[in-house]
Design a protein around this ligand. Structure first.
Ligand code: UDX
Length: 445
């Protein structure tokens, strides 16, 4: 059955969610306080780089089922309201900032009609949802029940459309007298994926809040585990790639998220583990979350390791041209939040190096938000005369570079593969000394 849906907050999560809800046949209005975003989306333009999103927006705009507004009262007709606003790390502390979540639900509540439900998708510290429900209760019109489901998202940037339309699972956090009706309503929203067999877990609020942060804490731990092994490999002559392959064959471990390299970044993993640390301490359970300090520290040490390798190769880096391939926190995204690549680039800028950063998609947002490195539009401009090449975001086009061609452009034949995906043998054959993280150095041949 087709429903009327509002989606409040049209960032990475909300813009994709709104378009995907329209794709499922629902009539959707996306709402945001940012007029620029709404203007772009109204013209079918995606405010972010996300594969498949522009095409989906164009198609959905043509159906007439998808509209956009800066006015929260546009949500009034909807049966289901999804709140998809961000919960960034608070400046100067580890805790997540939930102000936007409370502001969104408080603004929405006066426009909720009888029988409609509010659904939170944002990642929030455990214990937040009952307070959100209270905020709704205080602001709904007389005679309208405050109904709230917590339905965390698990989408990965770069695969956001697919992850929204065909997720691994749905989690519905429900409580109170409307719990069964709320589950039924959300089942209508996701009817297509449920019919295709997607698992759906119904939990209480606390569990639903915890599912998301614990999933991200687990993924971050897995990456930092293999990066800690990379450190051990570096000291002992081991090869972390072979190590990951070998332990990954054990089905209990699995090979995914054992990609050693310059570590994790982005808008979720780093912020979520820090928010979890802060929340654990608030709850009087610092020991239960203490391991995340090590996870965070290991992750950040990998960035420093790249800088150390550069200094090992070049000595004093001041004034020396360095090519940095990649600015986004991962490929197929223009998201530079907590990007390891940019962090390394900025550290080298601070040491006085002439750092030229290229990225296929993230340059506009990097130029606007992270002045410092010299951002260049082509790979050739980054390579021209560079004394060292740093491969820090594994875009396909970098993997496909011809090392012989690169060799003809650079001044120093040293490459650091911060993502462990370049073919070291080919680069060595082209005269490069290849440093990888957690792997033996491959000398130039
Ligand atoms: C993550 C979760 O995967 C997703 O389920 C959640 O909803 C939001 O956070 P995302 O931030 O888009 O998604 O990126 P993800 O693909 O998980 O990668 C996170 C970071 O880890 C990237 O910087 C990536 O380069 C790095 N990474 C990933 C590794 O360093 N090694 C790996 O093996 C995998």
């Amino acid at each position: 059955m087709s429903l009327r849906i509002s989606v409040i907050g049209t960032g990475y999560l909300g813009a994709v969610h709104a378009a995907c809800m329209a794709e499922l046949g629902h009539t959707v209005v996306g709402i945001d306080v940012d007029a620029k975003k709404i203007e772009a989306l109204s013209q079918g333009r995606s405010p972010i780089y996300e594969p498949g999103l522009t095409d989906l927006l164009t198609r959905m705009t043509e159906t007439g089922r998808l509209s956009w507004s800066t006015d929260i009262s546009a949500a009034a007709d909807a049966d289901v309201h999804f709140v998809c606003v961000g919960t960034p790390q608070r400046a100067g502390e580890y805790a997540a900032n939930t102000d936007y979540v409370f502001a969104a639900f408080t603004a929405l509540a006066p426009h909720m009609k009888a029988g409609s439900i509010a659904v939170g998708k944002s990642t929030v510290p455990v214990g937040t949802v009952p307070r959100v429900l209270e905020a709704i209760r205080e602001n709904v019109p007389d005679g309208v029940d405050a109904r709230l489901v917590w339905n965390p998202e698990f989408l990965r940037e770069g695969f956001a459309v697919k992850d929204t339309l065909t997720p691994d699972r749905f989690v519905y956090g429900v409580e109170g007298e409307f719990a069964d009706a709320d589950v039924e309503k959300l089942d209508e929203v996701y009817a297509k994926a449920l019919a295709a067999g997607t698992p759906r877990l119904v939990t209480n609020y606390a569990t639903a809040e915890l599912v998301k942060v614990s999933a991200n804490a687990f993924l971050a731990t897995k990456i930092s585990f293999i990066n800690a092994m990379a450190e051990i490999c570096e000291a002992t002559g081991g090869d972390v790639l072979a190590l990951a392959d070998a332990i990954g064959h054990d089905e209990r471990i699995g090979r995914k998220f054992l990609g050693a390299g310059v570590g994790f970044g982005g808008g979720c993993l780093p912020k979520d583990i820090r928010a979890f640390l802060a929340r654990g301490e608030e709850l009087g359970l610092p020991d239960s979350v203490d391991f995340l300090r090590g996870v965070d520290a290991t992750n950040l040490r990998r960035r420093e390791r790249v800088v150390t390798l550069v200094e090992g190769a070049l000595g004093d880096v001041a004034g020396k041209p360095i090519a940095v391939l990649g600015a986004a926190f991962k490929p197929n995204s223009d998201d530079i939040r907590d990007s390891p690549a940019l962090d390394v680039a900025e550290r080298l800028v601070q040491l006085g190096a002439d750092v030229r950063v290229h990225d296929p998609e993230a340059l506009p947002v990097a130029r606007a938000n992270r002045p410092g490195p010299n951002y260049v539009d082509t790979v050739d401009e980054a390579l021209d005369g560079a004394q060292i090449v740093l491969h820090l975001t594994e875009w396909k086009q970098y993997r496909e570079l011809d090392p012989t061609d690169v060799a003809s452009k650079v001044a120093g034949k040293v490459v650091i593969d911060g993502r462990n995906v370049l073919d070291g043998g080919r680069w060595a054959d082209a005269g490069f000394t290849v440093h990888s993280l957690g792997r033996p150095v491959v000398e130039a041949r």
